[in-house]
Design a protein around this ligand. Structure first.
Ligand SMILES: NC(=O)c1ccc[n+]([C@@H]2O[C@H](COP(=O)([O-])OP(=O)(O)OC[C@H]3O[C@@H](n4cnc5c(N)ncnc54)[C@H](OP(=O)(O)O)[C@@H]3O)[C@@H](O)[C@H]2O)c1
Length: 291
């Protein structure tokens, strides 16, 4: 009988990384696909990143995710970038392609995949809270998906303006439509303009353990016609998600985005399409404290 005790390896490099739940959704997906693959959660400090990437090459990893603080720094150790990662200047998913490590960005693609199940982004107006890595990824992919107008609302001025410059410069150059971009400095309660179609929290407000933190917005300006999305995966029901549901909005929680980007990562690594429902319920169990 032919025996094989060698698994294919992928994983996540980050620091801190112990609370990253990705393994909990990826490994059940591999199992359901009949793949003997392992997803390792690996603590990699900033100063060890180069050696960690060399290690991944030596161990023939099929790829790996990158999280804080490696999304930008990792680029200099890779052999090439996919189109989105090149536009955003950030990588969250590295893929082994014909012996080369290629950096991709699945955060925004995952968001668009989750959103597209309930709303076509084409021609829509999106109000985006935040201007960090997640906001960058979401706004670039939403622009590529055809959104007409993006209002960037951010507390810090420099990051907000940098994102506006990216969207009106490098991103506009690859679009076939005119993208309108507005910038609002976030001070006090923000009222959503009536014509808003999509509202996105891409800040870290509401992330465990600050679960009672809520966005400074006038919740009464949320209308049932709006789609409201929150990137926070833990807990999935943030104050924003709860308030939006109470007002009759259609809602996408942070687990939807996490699962959707995980699906794309598995497709990149294995060429196979995993079952998103298995991944979502594995995460729900983890956050309900069942595992
Ligand atoms: N669900 C998913 O698949 C997924 C994927 C990626 C990220 N995420 C989540 O997205 C969140 C943001 O990640 P990131 O990588 O974008 O982080 P980041 O680059 O550090 O950006 C954080 C953003 O949040 C804003 N912010 C933080 N605290 C704030 C406060 N009290 N008031 C107003 N603004 C505040 C920051 O504004 P300033 O510029 O003013 O500092 C900045 O715009 C994290 O919680 C992460 O877990 C989820």
């Amino acid at each position: 009988m032919e025996l094989n005790f060698k698994q294919e390896l992928v994983g996540c490099f980050g620091f801190p990384v112990a609370e990253n739940p990705t393994q909990a959704m990826i490994e059940p997906a591999f199992e359901a696909l009949g793949l003997d693959w392992r997803y390792l959660t690996l603590e990699v400090k900033a100063e060890d990143l180069e050696r960690a990437v060399e290690g991944a090459r030596a161990f023939a990893f099929q790829g790996f995710n990158c999280t804080i603080p490696h999304k930008i720094e990792v680029i200099k150790y890779l052999d090439g970038l996919g189109e989105s990662a090149e536009l955003m200047g950030a990588v969250n998913c590295v893929v082994l392609c014909e012996g080369r490590l290629i950096g991709e960005n699945t955060d925004g693609k995952g968001f668009v995949a989750a959103l597209s199940q309930i709303e076509d982004p084409k021609g829509k107006t999106m109000v985006l809270f935040g201007a960090g890595g997640a906001a960058r990824a979401i706004s670039v992919e939403m622009a590529v998906a055809g959104v007409k107008k993006i209002v960037v609302v951010n507390r810090g001025e420099q990051r907000g303006r940098d994102l506006v410059d990216l969207l009106t410069g490098k991103v506009q150059q690859v679009l076939e439509h005119d993208l309108e971009v507005d910038w609002v400095k976030w001070e006090g309660d923000y009222s959503l303009p009536e014509q808003t179609n999509i509202v996105v929290n891409a800040t870290s407000i509401g992330l465990y353990p600050d679960v009672a933190a809520s966005l400074d917005i006038d919740m009464d300006t949320l209308l049932p016609s709006m789609v409201v999305a929150d990137v926070i995966p833990n807990p999935p029901e943030t104050c924003l998600v709860r308030g939006a549901r109470q007002r009759g909005c259609r809602v996408i929680d942070g687990l939807e985005m996490l699962v959707a980007q995980g699906v794309i990562g598995i497709q990149f690594w294995t060429g196979e399409s995993p079952d998103a429902n298995i991944m979502r319920s594995a995460l729900e169990k983890v956050f309900a404290g069942e595992d």
